[in-house]
Each structure stands twice: as structure tokens, then as C-alpha cells.
Ligand binder design. Structure first.
Ligand code: G3H
Length: 256
């Protein structure tokens, strides 16, 4: 069985002092995650070291970054490398988030280059895919997401499947308060699982966690996490408060 992965994407929120406050708030509520539930927090790069220090006292909760470059080093102003993430103790990196695709011009090709580089250097990748409202209304959502998954995983070897996580994030549900229904989420996650079975062998594909992201909150987490192919959440807004984030962890725990 797959563990749940409850992941917080803090986006451009929480500098060093706010990171300290939020993670210490989480630590006051829980110092150890329950069996069957993995936790992950992804602060901005400048707060990674601070987060790494506090996370030493929270068993089962790991650290991730929100982006990485696909080159080793060099003249890439403003970027960070896989080696830098390894050094700070970041186990995961989020790649291909729709905000990076939209605001920073990340194409499927760039996302694929980042995925390959991250896996090569030992990082676990949370690969984000999802359709726009226009694509859903035009009934193109499955095609869009299928293509994104296939493109992101081009050239990824079967042995790396254990380091791959997919996050299905319909763009129309991100930060809007509008969530995919449990049925919509399950339908897409099942489709993604079938795409993974075409990329990897069936056993490897069955082990990959597929997260849902898009206005997941304590009040709707249970019905989403109950779906057979929803293995956790990539949570924005609700991960910025210690009580709502830990509440979602508790909900996952009850479903294990
Ligand atoms: O990466 C997280 C997603 O973009 C979801 O954000 P949200 O929970 O604020 O809608």
C-alpha cells in the first residue's frame, strides 16, 4: 500500500522568522507523524536551512524545495542547483507547478530537464500537472494532463519510479476555494495511474503517490483522500497555518 503524502507548498510565503514560527507551531501540535502518513514542507529557498533545523525535531516530516535548475552550476542568476538542495537537506523538489509554467515560462521540455537532473542527483520529484478551466470546458483535460505526465517522464528509468510523485492540480481549483469533486479527482488520478503504467512497469507504477492539489482544506480533505487513487495532497493556503495543516495530517491518519 502507498503511504499518504501530505505536502505543504508555501509558495512565496514565510521568510526565516515566519518559517520558524510556523514549523514550531506544527511541532507544538505534533513531533511525530503517524504510521502510513508522510509529511513534507516546501518553503521558499531562503528559508530551507531554517526549516531543516526545526524539522530535525519532527519525525516523519521532510523538507522540499519549490524549484531547481537543470544545470550543475554557472551563470544562472537567481537560480539554485540540485547540489545546493542536497547540501541543505532537501529531499524533494516540486517541479512544473502551474504558477511556474504560467509566470516563468516553464515548458514541458524544461520540466522534463529538471525532472531528469533532480532524479540523477538523488532528489524526489513532485511533478505538477493540471488543466485550465478552458481545457476542462472543452473536454481536453485528460489529453492535456496525459501529455504533461508523458512529457515530464520522458527518459525516466524504471528504477527511478520510487522517486517520482505526481501532483494533479487543476488550475481552476488553485487558490480559488473551488475544489475538484472527489469523483473528478479520482477520475483524473486513475487516468494518470494508467499513463504511469505505460511509462513504468505495473508494480513500479502502482507504488507512485498521486497527490491532489487545489483548495484542499480540512473540511474537504476526507472525501478527497478517501478516493482510491488519491494518495495525499499538495496544499497551498491551508499549509500556512499549523492547525489546518496538522488537521489534514490527522484526517489522513484516520484513513490509513
Ligand atoms: O501547490 C499547491 C497548490 O497550488 C494548491 O494551492 P491551494 O491549496 O492554495 O489552492
Amino acid at each position: 500500500m502507498r503511504n499518504f503524502l501530505i505536502a505543504g507548498n508555501w509558495k512565496m510565503n514565510c521568510g526565516i522568522s515566519a518559517t520558524n514560527k510556523l514549523l514550531n507551531g506544527i511541532k507544538e501540535i505534533t513531533t511525530s507523524l503517524p504510521d502510513g502518513v508522510d509529511g513534507l514542507v516546501c518553503p521558499p529557498s531562503i528559508s530551507l536551512q531554517t526549516a531543516a533545523d526545526v524539522l530535525e525535531d519532527i519525525e516523519g516530516m521532510t523538507l522540499g524545495a519549490q524549484n531547481v535548475h537543470f544545470e550543475d552550476n554557472g551563470a544562472y542568476t537567481g537560480e539554485i542547483s540540485t547540489q545546493m538542495l542536497n547540501e541543505v537537506g532537501s529531499e524533494y523538489v516540486i517541479l512544473g507547478h502551474s504558477e511556474r509554467r504560467e509566470y516563468f515560462g516553464e515548458t514541458d521540455k524544461i520540466v522534463n530537464a529538471k525532472v531528469l537532473k533532480s532524479l540523477e542527483d538523488g532528489l524526489k520529484t513532485v511533478i505538477c500537472v493540471g488543466e485550465s478551466l478552458k481545457e476542462r470546458k472543452a473536454d481536453e483535460h485528460k489529453l492535456r494532463v496525459r501529455k504533461q505526465v508523458q512529457a515530464a517522464l520522458t527518459g525516466v528509468e524504471d528504477g527511478d519510479a520510487t522517486n517520482v510523485v505526481i501532483a494533479y492540480e487543476p488550475i481552476w481549483a488553485i487558490g480559488t476555494g473551488e475544489t475538484a469533486t472527489p469523483d473528478q479527482a479520482q477520475e483524473m488520478h486513475k487516468m494518470i495511474r494508467s499513463v504511469l503504467e505505460g511509462v513504468f512497469n505495473q508494480e513500479s507504477a502502482s507504488k507512485i503517490q498521486i497527490l491532489y492539489g487545489g483548495s484542499m482544506k480540512p473540511h474537504n480533505a476526507e472525501e478527497l483522500l478517501q478516493q482510491p487513487d488519491v494518495d495525499g495532497g499538495l496544499i497551498g493556503g491551508a499549509s500556512l497555518k499549523a492547525d489546518s495543516f496538522t488537521e489534514i495530517i490527522d484526517i489522513a491518519k484516520q484513513l490509513v
